[in-house]
Design a protein around this ligand. Structure first.
Ligand SMILES: [Fe+2]
Ligand SMILES: [Fe+2]
Ligand SMILES: [Fe+2]
Length: 423
Protein backbone atom coordinates (compact mmCIF):
# COMPACT_ATOMS: atom_id res chain seq x y z
CA UNK A 1 0.00 0.00 0.00
CA UNK A 2 1.60 3.21 -1.08
CA UNK A 3 -1.13 5.81 -1.32
CA UNK A 4 -3.43 6.71 1.55
CA UNK A 5 -6.57 7.84 -0.24
CA UNK A 6 -10.26 7.35 0.39
CA UNK A 7 -12.13 5.85 -2.54
CA UNK A 8 -15.16 8.05 -1.97
CA UNK A 9 -13.00 11.11 -1.99
CA UNK A 10 -11.32 10.02 -5.22
CA UNK A 11 -14.68 9.35 -6.88
CA UNK A 12 -15.99 12.79 -5.91
CA UNK A 13 -12.92 14.51 -7.25
CA UNK A 14 -12.98 12.55 -10.49
CA UNK A 15 -16.65 13.37 -10.97
CA UNK A 16 -15.42 16.94 -11.43
CA UNK A 17 -13.69 15.68 -14.54
CA UNK A 18 -16.95 14.30 -15.93
CA UNK A 19 -18.66 17.63 -15.35
CA UNK A 20 -15.95 19.43 -17.34
CA UNK A 21 -17.62 18.09 -20.48
CA UNK A 22 -20.22 20.83 -19.87
CA UNK A 23 -17.44 23.35 -20.81
CA UNK A 24 -19.13 26.53 -19.45
CA UNK A 25 -21.54 24.77 -17.11
CA UNK A 26 -19.58 22.30 -15.05
CA UNK A 27 -21.99 20.95 -12.43
CA UNK A 28 -24.53 18.81 -14.29
CA UNK A 29 -23.70 15.53 -12.53
CA UNK A 30 -23.63 17.14 -9.11
CA UNK A 31 -27.01 18.83 -9.60
CA UNK A 32 -28.56 15.55 -10.75
CA UNK A 33 -27.11 13.83 -7.66
CA UNK A 34 -28.40 16.55 -5.34
CA UNK A 35 -31.91 16.44 -6.81
CA UNK A 36 -32.12 12.64 -6.83
CA UNK A 37 -30.97 12.47 -3.19
CA UNK A 38 -33.37 15.22 -2.15
CA UNK A 39 -36.31 13.41 -3.78
CA UNK A 40 -35.23 10.21 -2.01
CA UNK A 41 -35.29 12.01 1.34
CA UNK A 42 -38.72 13.49 0.59
CA UNK A 43 -39.92 9.99 -0.18
CA UNK A 44 -38.59 8.75 3.16
CA UNK A 45 -35.97 6.39 1.75
CA UNK A 46 -32.98 5.47 3.92
CA UNK A 47 -29.99 7.78 4.12
CA UNK A 48 -27.96 4.97 2.55
CA UNK A 49 -30.22 4.97 -0.52
CA UNK A 50 -30.14 8.78 -0.73
CA UNK A 51 -26.32 8.67 -0.68
CA UNK A 52 -26.29 5.98 -3.34
CA UNK A 53 -28.49 8.14 -5.55
CA UNK A 54 -26.26 11.15 -4.92
CA UNK A 55 -23.21 9.19 -6.11
CA UNK A 56 -25.17 7.69 -9.00
CA UNK A 57 -26.19 11.18 -10.08
CA UNK A 58 -22.61 12.37 -10.00
CA UNK A 59 -21.43 9.48 -12.14
CA UNK A 60 -24.46 8.86 -14.38
CA UNK A 61 -22.84 10.50 -17.41
CA UNK A 62 -19.57 8.59 -17.06
CA UNK A 63 -20.12 7.49 -20.67
CA UNK A 64 -20.00 11.07 -22.04
CA UNK A 65 -16.68 12.58 -23.02
CA UNK A 66 -17.77 14.42 -26.15
CA UNK A 67 -18.88 18.02 -25.71
CA UNK A 68 -21.23 17.61 -28.73
CA UNK A 69 -22.94 14.65 -27.08
CA UNK A 70 -23.32 16.67 -23.88
CA UNK A 71 -24.95 19.53 -25.82
CA UNK A 72 -27.50 17.20 -27.43
CA UNK A 73 -28.31 15.66 -24.06
CA UNK A 74 -28.91 19.03 -22.44
CA UNK A 75 -30.66 20.75 -25.32
CA UNK A 76 -33.06 18.00 -26.44
CA UNK A 77 -35.56 16.41 -24.07
CA UNK A 78 -35.36 13.04 -25.80
CA UNK A 79 -32.37 12.82 -28.16
CA UNK A 80 -32.29 9.81 -30.48
CA UNK A 81 -28.54 9.25 -29.90
CA UNK A 82 -28.74 9.13 -26.12
CA UNK A 83 -28.50 5.37 -25.62
CA UNK A 84 -24.83 5.12 -26.67
CA UNK A 85 -23.54 6.93 -23.59
CA UNK A 86 -25.73 4.72 -21.40
CA UNK A 87 -24.13 1.61 -22.87
CA UNK A 88 -20.60 3.03 -22.53
CA UNK A 89 -21.30 4.03 -18.91
CA UNK A 90 -22.71 0.60 -18.18
CA UNK A 91 -19.62 -1.12 -19.57
CA UNK A 92 -17.23 1.11 -17.59
CA UNK A 93 -19.05 0.77 -14.28
CA UNK A 94 -19.62 -2.97 -14.58
CA UNK A 95 -15.86 -3.41 -14.87
CA UNK A 96 -15.16 -1.98 -11.41
CA UNK A 97 -16.57 -3.93 -8.48
CA UNK A 98 -17.00 -1.04 -5.99
CA UNK A 99 -19.25 0.79 -8.53
CA UNK A 100 -20.83 -2.20 -10.25
CA UNK A 101 -24.26 -1.65 -8.61
CA UNK A 102 -24.50 1.58 -10.63
CA UNK A 103 -24.00 -0.14 -13.98
CA UNK A 104 -27.60 -1.17 -14.72
CA UNK A 105 -29.29 2.04 -13.55
CA UNK A 106 -26.88 3.94 -15.80
CA UNK A 107 -27.74 1.69 -18.72
CA UNK A 108 -31.42 2.61 -18.38
CA UNK A 109 -31.18 6.25 -17.32
CA UNK A 110 -32.55 7.44 -20.68
CA UNK A 111 -35.25 4.80 -21.07
CA UNK A 112 -38.85 5.89 -20.64
CA UNK A 113 -40.69 4.32 -17.69
CA UNK A 114 -43.23 2.74 -20.03
CA UNK A 115 -40.46 1.20 -22.15
CA UNK A 116 -38.28 -0.37 -19.44
CA UNK A 117 -37.79 -4.13 -19.87
CA UNK A 118 -40.44 -6.02 -17.90
CA UNK A 119 -37.83 -8.30 -16.33
CA UNK A 120 -35.67 -5.45 -15.00
CA UNK A 121 -35.51 -5.73 -11.18
CA UNK A 122 -37.79 -3.05 -9.74
CA UNK A 123 -35.07 -1.43 -7.60
CA UNK A 124 -32.93 -0.98 -10.72
CA UNK A 125 -35.88 0.39 -12.70
CA UNK A 126 -36.72 2.90 -9.99
CA UNK A 127 -33.12 4.04 -9.51
CA UNK A 128 -32.75 4.50 -13.27
CA UNK A 129 -36.01 6.43 -13.51
CA UNK A 130 -35.14 8.66 -10.55
CA UNK A 131 -31.92 9.65 -12.29
CA UNK A 132 -33.70 10.13 -15.63
CA UNK A 133 -36.20 12.46 -13.98
CA UNK A 134 -33.55 14.55 -12.19
CA UNK A 135 -31.46 14.59 -15.37
CA UNK A 136 -34.36 15.95 -17.43
CA UNK A 137 -35.13 18.56 -14.76
CA UNK A 138 -31.55 19.75 -15.08
CA UNK A 139 -31.84 19.85 -18.88
CA UNK A 140 -35.03 21.93 -18.61
CA UNK A 141 -33.36 24.22 -16.07
CA UNK A 142 -30.12 24.63 -18.05
CA UNK A 143 -31.13 27.79 -19.97
CA UNK A 144 -31.82 29.61 -16.69
CA UNK A 145 -28.60 28.99 -14.75
CA UNK A 146 -26.38 31.49 -16.50
CA UNK A 147 -28.69 34.51 -16.14
CA UNK A 148 -29.98 33.56 -12.69
CA UNK A 149 -33.62 33.27 -13.71
CA UNK A 150 -34.24 29.74 -12.47
CA UNK A 151 -36.62 30.75 -9.68
CA UNK A 152 -38.80 32.55 -12.21
CA UNK A 153 -39.16 29.39 -14.27
CA UNK A 154 -39.65 26.54 -11.83
CA UNK A 155 -43.39 26.22 -12.47
CA UNK A 156 -42.79 25.66 -16.18
CA UNK A 157 -40.25 22.95 -15.38
CA UNK A 158 -42.56 21.28 -12.85
CA UNK A 159 -45.47 21.31 -15.30
CA UNK A 160 -43.36 19.81 -18.01
CA UNK A 161 -42.25 16.91 -15.76
CA UNK A 162 -45.81 16.40 -14.50
CA UNK A 163 -46.94 16.11 -18.12
CA UNK A 164 -44.69 13.09 -18.55
CA UNK A 165 -46.05 11.08 -15.60
CA UNK A 166 -46.84 7.54 -16.66
CA UNK A 167 -44.90 7.84 -19.94
CA UNK A 168 -41.35 8.99 -19.32
CA UNK A 169 -41.49 8.76 -15.56
CA UNK A 170 -43.16 6.57 -12.92
CA UNK A 171 -46.27 8.42 -11.67
CA UNK A 172 -45.33 8.08 -7.99
CA UNK A 173 -41.78 9.35 -8.66
CA UNK A 174 -43.27 12.39 -10.37
CA UNK A 175 -45.44 12.97 -7.29
CA UNK A 176 -42.38 12.81 -5.08
CA UNK A 177 -40.59 15.30 -7.32
CA UNK A 178 -43.57 17.65 -7.24
CA UNK A 179 -43.57 17.53 -3.45
CA UNK A 180 -39.80 18.01 -3.13
CA UNK A 181 -39.58 20.84 -5.67
CA UNK A 182 -42.35 22.98 -4.15
CA UNK A 183 -39.83 24.92 -2.08
CA UNK A 184 -37.41 27.61 -3.19
CA UNK A 185 -34.75 25.77 -1.21
CA UNK A 186 -34.87 22.82 -3.62
CA UNK A 187 -33.88 25.09 -6.49
CA UNK A 188 -31.48 27.25 -4.52
CA UNK A 189 -29.51 24.10 -3.69
CA UNK A 190 -28.53 23.95 -7.35
CA UNK A 191 -26.49 27.17 -7.17
CA UNK A 192 -22.70 26.77 -7.22
CA UNK A 193 -22.07 27.69 -3.56
CA UNK A 194 -24.80 25.38 -2.32
CA UNK A 195 -23.46 22.57 -4.48
CA UNK A 196 -20.09 22.80 -2.75
CA UNK A 197 -21.76 22.71 0.66
CA UNK A 198 -23.86 19.66 -0.33
CA UNK A 199 -20.73 17.88 -1.50
CA UNK A 200 -18.94 18.53 1.77
CA UNK A 201 -21.98 17.33 3.74
CA UNK A 202 -22.18 14.21 1.69
CA UNK A 203 -18.48 13.48 2.08
CA UNK A 204 -18.70 13.99 5.83
CA UNK A 205 -21.56 11.46 6.02
CA UNK A 206 -19.84 8.80 3.93
CA UNK A 207 -18.27 5.84 5.67
CA UNK A 208 -14.46 5.72 5.35
CA UNK A 209 -13.46 3.58 2.37
CA UNK A 210 -9.68 3.20 2.21
CA UNK A 211 -8.71 2.54 -1.38
CA UNK A 212 -6.29 -0.25 -2.25
CA UNK A 213 -3.59 0.42 -4.81
CA UNK A 214 -5.44 -1.90 -7.15
CA UNK A 215 -8.71 0.06 -6.72
CA UNK A 216 -6.93 3.31 -7.52
CA UNK A 217 -5.22 1.90 -10.58
CA UNK A 218 -8.47 0.47 -11.92
CA UNK A 219 -10.44 3.62 -11.26
CA UNK A 220 -7.75 5.72 -12.91
CA UNK A 221 -7.87 3.26 -15.82
CA UNK A 222 -11.60 3.88 -16.23
CA UNK A 223 -11.08 7.64 -16.34
CA UNK A 224 -8.21 7.17 -18.80
CA UNK A 225 -10.62 5.36 -21.10
CA UNK A 226 -13.17 8.14 -20.79
CA UNK A 227 -10.57 10.72 -21.80
CA UNK A 228 -9.14 8.56 -24.56
CA UNK A 229 -12.63 7.89 -25.96
CA UNK A 230 -13.13 11.61 -26.50
CA UNK A 231 -11.42 11.53 -29.84
CA UNK A 232 -10.52 8.74 -32.26
CA UNK A 233 -7.11 10.41 -32.46
CA UNK A 234 -6.32 9.74 -28.83
CA UNK A 235 -7.60 6.17 -28.42
CA UNK A 236 -5.48 4.41 -25.80
CA UNK A 237 -3.14 7.39 -25.46
CA UNK A 238 -3.39 7.70 -21.66
CA UNK A 239 -3.05 3.99 -21.18
CA UNK A 240 0.06 3.87 -23.36
CA UNK A 241 1.59 6.87 -21.60
CA UNK A 242 1.01 5.25 -18.20
CA UNK A 243 2.58 1.97 -19.24
CA UNK A 244 5.58 3.58 -20.84
CA UNK A 245 6.13 5.99 -17.93
CA UNK A 246 6.11 3.08 -15.50
CA UNK A 247 8.56 1.02 -17.53
CA UNK A 248 10.91 3.99 -17.94
CA UNK A 249 10.70 4.79 -14.24
CA UNK A 250 11.56 1.22 -13.29
CA UNK A 251 14.56 1.25 -15.62
CA UNK A 252 15.72 4.58 -14.24
CA UNK A 253 15.66 3.28 -10.65
CA UNK A 254 12.61 5.21 -9.40
CA UNK A 255 11.40 3.71 -6.06
CA UNK A 256 8.49 1.25 -6.41
CA UNK A 257 6.05 3.54 -4.57
CA UNK A 258 6.68 6.34 -7.03
CA UNK A 259 6.38 3.95 -10.00
CA UNK A 260 2.84 3.17 -8.84
CA UNK A 261 2.01 6.85 -8.48
CA UNK A 262 3.55 7.70 -11.83
CA UNK A 263 1.45 5.06 -13.55
CA UNK A 264 -1.69 6.67 -12.09
CA UNK A 265 -0.45 10.14 -13.09
CA UNK A 266 -0.01 8.81 -16.63
CA UNK A 267 -3.55 7.45 -16.71
CA UNK A 268 -4.98 10.77 -15.51
CA UNK A 269 -2.65 13.33 -17.11
CA UNK A 270 -5.07 14.49 -19.82
CA UNK A 271 -8.25 14.56 -17.68
CA UNK A 272 -8.52 18.30 -18.32
CA UNK A 273 -9.04 17.61 -22.03
CA UNK A 274 -12.63 16.72 -21.21
CA UNK A 275 -13.30 20.44 -21.15
CA UNK A 276 -11.88 21.04 -24.64
CA UNK A 277 -14.70 21.34 -27.19
CA UNK A 278 -14.72 18.47 -29.72
CA UNK A 279 -14.39 20.81 -32.66
CA UNK A 280 -11.04 22.06 -31.35
CA UNK A 281 -9.64 18.65 -30.43
CA UNK A 282 -10.68 17.19 -33.79
CA UNK A 283 -10.01 20.24 -35.93
CA UNK A 284 -8.61 19.42 -39.33
CA UNK A 285 -5.77 21.87 -39.90
CA UNK A 286 -3.81 24.21 -37.70
CA UNK A 287 -5.25 25.59 -34.50
CA UNK A 288 -5.49 29.38 -34.31
CA UNK A 289 -4.17 31.20 -31.26
CA UNK A 290 -7.54 31.22 -29.45
CA UNK A 291 -7.98 27.48 -29.98
CA UNK A 292 -4.39 26.80 -28.95
CA UNK A 293 -4.94 28.78 -25.76
CA UNK A 294 -8.04 26.75 -24.94
CA UNK A 295 -6.35 23.41 -25.51
CA UNK A 296 -3.33 24.52 -23.47
CA UNK A 297 -5.49 24.94 -20.37
CA UNK A 298 -5.98 21.18 -20.09
CA UNK A 299 -2.97 20.34 -17.93
CA UNK A 300 -3.97 23.03 -15.42
CA UNK A 301 -7.52 21.62 -15.36
CA UNK A 302 -6.01 18.22 -14.61
CA UNK A 303 -4.14 19.81 -11.71
CA UNK A 304 -7.29 21.44 -10.36
CA UNK A 305 -9.07 18.11 -10.19
CA UNK A 306 -6.28 15.97 -8.77
CA UNK A 307 -4.94 18.43 -6.21
CA UNK A 308 -8.16 18.04 -4.22
CA UNK A 309 -7.47 14.41 -3.44
CA UNK A 310 -5.62 13.70 -0.20
CA UNK A 311 -2.78 11.33 -0.98
CA UNK A 312 -2.56 12.48 -4.63
CA UNK A 313 -0.20 15.43 -4.11
CA UNK A 314 2.68 13.94 -6.15
CA UNK A 315 0.31 12.50 -8.76
CA UNK A 316 -1.32 15.92 -9.24
CA UNK A 317 2.02 17.63 -9.82
CA UNK A 318 3.50 15.03 -12.13
CA UNK A 319 0.33 14.87 -14.20
CA UNK A 320 0.01 18.65 -14.37
CA UNK A 321 3.63 19.15 -15.48
CA UNK A 322 3.45 17.03 -18.61
CA UNK A 323 3.71 20.08 -20.87
CA UNK A 324 6.48 21.76 -18.88
CA UNK A 325 9.75 21.89 -20.81
CA UNK A 326 13.19 21.69 -19.14
CA UNK A 327 14.18 25.04 -20.71
CA UNK A 328 11.20 26.78 -19.08
CA UNK A 329 9.22 27.33 -22.27
CA UNK A 330 6.42 24.87 -21.48
CA UNK A 331 3.06 25.52 -19.86
CA UNK A 332 1.15 26.32 -17.66
CA UNK A 333 3.72 27.00 -14.89
CA UNK A 334 6.87 27.54 -17.01
CA UNK A 335 8.95 25.48 -14.60
CA UNK A 336 12.60 24.87 -15.40
CA UNK A 337 14.50 21.60 -15.53
CA UNK A 338 15.89 21.69 -12.00
CA UNK A 339 12.45 22.23 -10.46
CA UNK A 340 10.93 19.33 -12.42
CA UNK A 341 11.28 15.98 -10.68
CA UNK A 342 12.53 12.95 -12.56
CA UNK A 343 8.98 11.54 -12.50
CA UNK A 344 7.54 14.65 -14.16
CA UNK A 345 10.27 14.58 -16.81
CA UNK A 346 9.56 10.90 -17.49
CA UNK A 347 5.87 11.59 -17.96
CA UNK A 348 6.56 14.33 -20.49
CA UNK A 349 8.83 12.08 -22.55
CA UNK A 350 6.29 9.23 -22.42
CA UNK A 351 3.49 11.60 -23.49
CA UNK A 352 5.30 12.88 -26.56
CA UNK A 353 6.64 9.49 -27.57
CA UNK A 354 3.24 7.79 -27.29
CA UNK A 355 1.58 10.46 -29.43
CA UNK A 356 4.22 10.00 -32.14
CA UNK A 357 4.15 6.23 -32.35
CA UNK A 358 0.40 5.84 -31.97
CA UNK A 359 -1.43 4.60 -35.04
CA UNK A 360 -4.20 7.04 -35.89
CA UNK A 361 -7.15 6.72 -38.19
CA UNK A 362 -5.40 8.87 -40.78
CA UNK A 363 -1.80 7.71 -40.42
CA UNK A 364 0.46 4.99 -39.07
CA UNK A 365 2.62 5.83 -36.08
CA UNK A 366 6.16 7.03 -36.83
CA UNK A 367 8.79 4.40 -37.58
CA UNK A 368 11.77 3.65 -35.28
CA UNK A 369 14.25 5.86 -37.22
CA UNK A 370 11.72 8.70 -37.53
CA UNK A 371 10.77 8.75 -33.87
CA UNK A 372 14.41 8.39 -32.75
CA UNK A 373 15.58 11.37 -34.73
CA UNK A 374 12.61 13.47 -33.61
CA UNK A 375 13.17 12.67 -29.92
CA UNK A 376 16.93 13.40 -30.23
CA UNK A 377 16.12 16.73 -31.80
CA UNK A 378 13.75 17.67 -28.95
CA UNK A 379 16.30 16.62 -26.32
CA UNK A 380 19.07 18.64 -28.05
CA UNK A 381 16.85 21.73 -27.98
CA UNK A 382 16.18 21.30 -24.24
CA UNK A 383 12.49 20.61 -24.71
CA UNK A 384 12.55 17.14 -23.17
CA UNK A 385 14.89 15.53 -20.68
CA UNK A 386 18.05 14.10 -22.26
CA UNK A 387 18.71 11.34 -19.72
CA UNK A 388 15.16 9.97 -19.93
CA UNK A 389 15.23 10.19 -23.72
CA UNK A 390 18.52 8.30 -23.86
CA UNK A 391 17.03 5.52 -21.75
CA UNK A 392 13.94 5.39 -23.95
CA UNK A 393 15.96 5.15 -27.14
CA UNK A 394 18.21 2.32 -25.93
CA UNK A 395 15.48 0.03 -27.24
CA UNK A 396 13.05 2.02 -29.32
CA UNK A 397 11.21 -0.96 -30.80
CA UNK A 398 10.51 -2.24 -27.29
CA UNK A 399 9.32 1.19 -26.16
CA UNK A 400 6.89 1.30 -29.07
CA UNK A 401 5.46 -2.05 -28.01
CA UNK A 402 4.91 -0.78 -24.48
CA UNK A 403 3.37 2.49 -25.64
CA UNK A 404 0.78 0.87 -27.91
CA UNK A 405 -1.49 -1.10 -25.60
CA UNK A 406 -4.39 -2.99 -27.00
CA UNK A 407 -7.56 -2.59 -25.02
CA UNK A 408 -10.95 -4.20 -25.69
CA UNK A 409 -13.03 -1.52 -27.45
CA UNK A 410 -15.88 0.26 -25.72
CA UNK A 411 -19.30 0.24 -27.38
CA UNK A 412 -19.02 2.46 -30.46
CA UNK A 413 -18.50 6.07 -29.45
CA UNK A 414 -20.08 6.89 -32.78
CA UNK A 415 -18.16 9.97 -33.76
CA UNK A 416 -15.37 9.90 -36.32
CA UNK A 417 -14.38 13.28 -37.75
CA UNK A 418 -14.36 13.46 -41.53
CA UNK A 419 -10.82 14.63 -41.87
CA UNK A 420 -7.70 14.44 -39.80
CA UNK A 421 -6.27 17.19 -37.63
CA UNK A 422 -2.69 18.39 -37.91
CA UNK A 423 -1.10 17.99 -34.53
FE1 LIG B 1 -27.03 13.59 -17.72
FE1 LIG C 1 -1.63 16.81 -22.56
FE1 LIG D 1 -1.21 13.38 -23.31
Amino acid sequence: MTIHADLHHVIYALSDALDLVGVDDVAHGKRVGIMAAECARTEGLTEGEASFLFDLGMLHDIGVSSTCTHCHLVEEFDWEGSQIHCEVGHALLASFVPLAAMALPVRYHHTRWDALPADLPSDVARRANRIYLADRVDALAAPFYADNTLLLNTEGIRNSIAGHAGSYFAPDLVEVFMAASRTEAFWLMLEPRSIQACLLDQLARAEPFPASMDDLRRLAGIFARIVDAKSPFTAEHSLGVARLARFLAERLGVPAENCDKLEIAGLLHDLGKLRVPDEILDKPGRLDSRERRIINTHSFETYQILRNIDGFEDIARWAAYHHEEPDGSGYPFHLKGDTLSLEARILRVADIFQAMVQNRPYRQGLSVPEVSSFMHELADKGRIDAEVTAMLLTDTAWAIEVARPVFPPLPAAGRIPESAPQV
